[in-house]
Design a protein around this ligand. Sequence first.
Ligand code: SF4
Ligand code: SF4
Ligand code: SF4
Length: 272
Amino acid sequence: MRKYKSAIILFAVFEAIAVWLWRSTGSLFYLLNFSYIGCTLGIGLALSAAGWKHAREFVQFCVGSYMLVFLGLICRENMQIEGFWFYLFSGMFGAGVLHYAIAKIFGPLLFGRGWCGYACWTAMIFDLLPFKMPAGPRKRIGFIRYIMFALSLGIVILLISLGKANKTSMFYLFVAGNVLYYVVGILLALVLKDNRAFCKYICPITVFLKPMSYFSVLRVKCDESKCIQCGKCLEVCPMDVEVNKNARNRKNATECILCQKCKKACPVKALK
Ligand code: SF4
Ligand code: SF4
Ligand code: SF4
């Protein structure tokens, strides 16, 4: 049972959040939503502990498709960054704001960019493409994310000032935003031969994720006394993290999505 301890703890934490939100708001949605996510994460971690190599993708699909199809398309909640701005400015601290607060703003202090590795519905499609390892070095075009961030904010402010910001317009913005992200992300992956190119250069959510994950409690650590400098961890990392260094400011440190590929590749178990 020891190897399933993390899975049980994670499930218990989500269940506690589910019950607390249900009791404090009276909404059954919170109980079902967080129970489902906790259950999926718990099963995924247990499968990973049992050695199943597709455990991460299993969690990514269960959580990602639930959010995209059920919450986004069926319940019509805009879970994109534009939805976050809209709910925030409208004073509606419901599912959208809560989702951002937990997964993308304060949660990363604890679990870094776990969202990007295990739950994002955009990346769950990119990860199916054939370029699992980037074909070349990083491009110096990461500034695009800040332009996208400003655009997402500008669109919502414009809609509010025109009196056109409402649940219906936000739903259409959600659909259009997702189509745009998929098209741009897939094209970029094909051109740069890098599945995660969109995450590295375009995604506006990283403006929240990167600074918060710098302080993340959960991170891959390297026992440099064990490391034999074989470079295998660097070869398999989809995010170009210099993971065989242990400094918090190692190159691309805030890009780690906790996928665990480096740990599996290390021949001397120097990564924990
Ligand atoms: S960087 Fe953006 S698109 Fe990529 S996994 Fe994270 S949230 Fe999703
Ligand atoms: S391979 Fe390692 S360093 Fe790279 S993203 Fe995955 S967990 Fe992080
Ligand atoms: S794979 Fe392990 S031993 Fe090789 S460079 Fe990375 S941390 Fe060091």
